[in-house]
Write a protein that binds this ligand. Sequence first.
Ligand SMILES: [Zn+2]
Length: 193
Amino acid sequence: MDSAETRPVLLQCKHCAIVLGDSIIPANESLALSSVALTSITESLEITAERFRSTKSEDFGAVYVWLKCIRCSALVGRLYQQTPPELEHLSNMFFADMSSGNVSVFSSAQSEISPIAHDESLSEIGKLKGMILLHNEKIIGLQNQVESLRNQNSAIESKYDVFKKRMNAMTRSIEQDDSRLRTIEKAMKQMQR
Ligand SMILES: [Zn+2]
């Protein structure tokens, strides 16, 4: 992108003024309704656990988690965790949600004096955070699978137990019938004498 057509911005929480990260946006674009990809993030973004699947047309089918302001808990953005193939470029990216009404923009002049805005290691930390989160999700998924297999197993075991009990009950009642039959046979033999 030509720098004349873009401008760097620093984004902050509208409510508590904490700096969330920075972004490069088209110079003439109104941001009010859009999501803005963050080029770096600060430690003030909290990645939440609950996952949502988008039903909006612009990111339909993408799975994301909300990013919260660590100081005041306002929902300020999204991290995409799974995306349909056509939205793959969004995957593992942090976005500030300007339409949330919780994010405001500093001027570019202010963004240039901020050391945070140009710290590349922060964006690396952001990517790593996303990766760690994804791995955690995968581990949790595997743990759930193991748990459900274990449950299936014990369900089979308890079905077998029930079956065994029924068999025992049937054997017992056959034995009882058998002894009754013998009693009847004896009685009949006595009557025949
Ligand atoms: Zn805040």
